[in-house]
Design a binder for this molecule. Structure first.
Ligand SMILES: C[S@@+](CC[C@H](N)C(=O)[O-])C[C@H]1O[C@@H](n2cnc3c(N)ncnc32)[C@H](O)[C@@H]1O
Length: 298
């Protein structure tokens, strides 16, 4: 399976430190960034987290005394009994392992149970969500998280159709959505609905908000927090959190005066770092990545 860590050099440059350093990789995945951090500095140690049991299995192949894996959702990072850290990384979203493994149900062009959970040990599957979610929960997933313009039609149709029908496989759900939705865009008509359901059932935005708060608290003075996001909803949360910590207005509606804003950090990326055209060509999944970097004040 092809796995290329996104914005690898840029992340290494952001977190590089001479001498003893303790890092936290909140999204171990295939361990690409973790390996880079361990190799970049012989005195570095890394704590790696992931909520996916398959990532935990991959981590057992890391026979490295300077590495420790902990199976934890970064939404519960406040409970982690490690740190403080010199550098913390969050490389959000799903890994190529998850996307490429049909049985995980993340991909609409591979026949599989309609699951989409990152942590397969808990929570509801996508199929269960479609069967049981309230109208408000479906709207939040499909309108707010999926940003599907035809959300009303999708929500109404799910509620009507689920009386007599279940969507047990990803391909069945994708085909049903393709029949329901117009096909005038370049992307598959199911793309946005799948994204919205995935974000909802994994509580991706809630975990990100809690994770950012806890990560910042676990940084040493002068420590660096680097976050790679893949869609605008995540990126907005990261951007606003970073601006708040840097004492900057979080958006153009933020009317607080300078004295009301505490400066706890320096924003190292005024604009997010994005992959080069070469990286996008080599790794099309990197195309929408945005890296933002924050340094906690000394
Ligand atoms: C894009 S991949 C990370 C790839 C990794 N940086 C690498 O180089 O291999 C994202 C990983 O984060 C994990 N993940 C996503 N949300 C998480 C959360 N809330 N808590 C813990 N792990 C999470 C996913 O299971 C996935 O393995």
């Amino acid at each position: 399976m092809d796995h290329k860590p996104v914005l690898f050099q840029e992340v290494m440059a952001a977190l590089r430190k001479e001498g003893p350093a303790l890092y936290l990789d909140c999204t171990f995945g295939g361990g690409g960034h973790t390996r880079g951090l361990l190799e970049s500095n012989a005195e570095a140690a890394v704590v790696g987290l992931d909520c996916d049991p398959e990532a935990a299995e991959r981590a057992t192949a890391f026979c490295e005394k300077r590495f420790e894996f902990i199976a934890l959702n970064f939404g519960k990072l406040a409970t982690l009994d490690r740190g403080p850290f010199d550098g913390i990384l969050m490389d959000l979203g799903v890994s190529s392992f998850q996307l490429d493994t049909a049985e995980r149900g993340f991909s609409f062009n591979k026949e599989a149970p309609c699951d989409m959970r990152m942590d397969t040990r808990s929570g509801v599957t996508a199929a269960q969500f479609l069967e049981t979610a309230s109208e408000a929960e479906l709207t939040r997933a499909i309108r707010d998280f999926g940003e599907e313009v035809a959300w009303r039609k999708v929500v109404r149709s799910i509620i009507e159709t689920r009386e007599t029908h279940t969507w047990d496989t990803t391909t069945a759900l994708a085909a049903w959505l393709a029949d329901l939705l117009p096909k005038h865009t370049r992307i598959h008509p199911a793309t946005k609905v799948f994204q919205g359901i995935r974000i909802a059932i994994n509580d991706e935005l809630g975990n990100l908000e809690r994770g950012l708060l806890a990560a910042f608290a676990k940084l040493k003075p002068g420590g660096v927090l680097a976050v790679i996001s893949f869609h605008s909803l995540e990126d907005r949360i990261v951007k606003q959190f970073f601006r708040e910590k840097a004492g900057l207005p979080i958006d153009r509606h933020d009317a607080r005066c300078q004295d009301d804003r505490a400066v706890q950090a320096t924003l190292l990326t005024k604009k997010p770092i994005i992959p080069t055209s070469v990286e996008c060509a080599q790794n099309p999944r990197s195309r929408s990545a945005k890296l933002r970097i924050l340094q906690k004040s000394f």
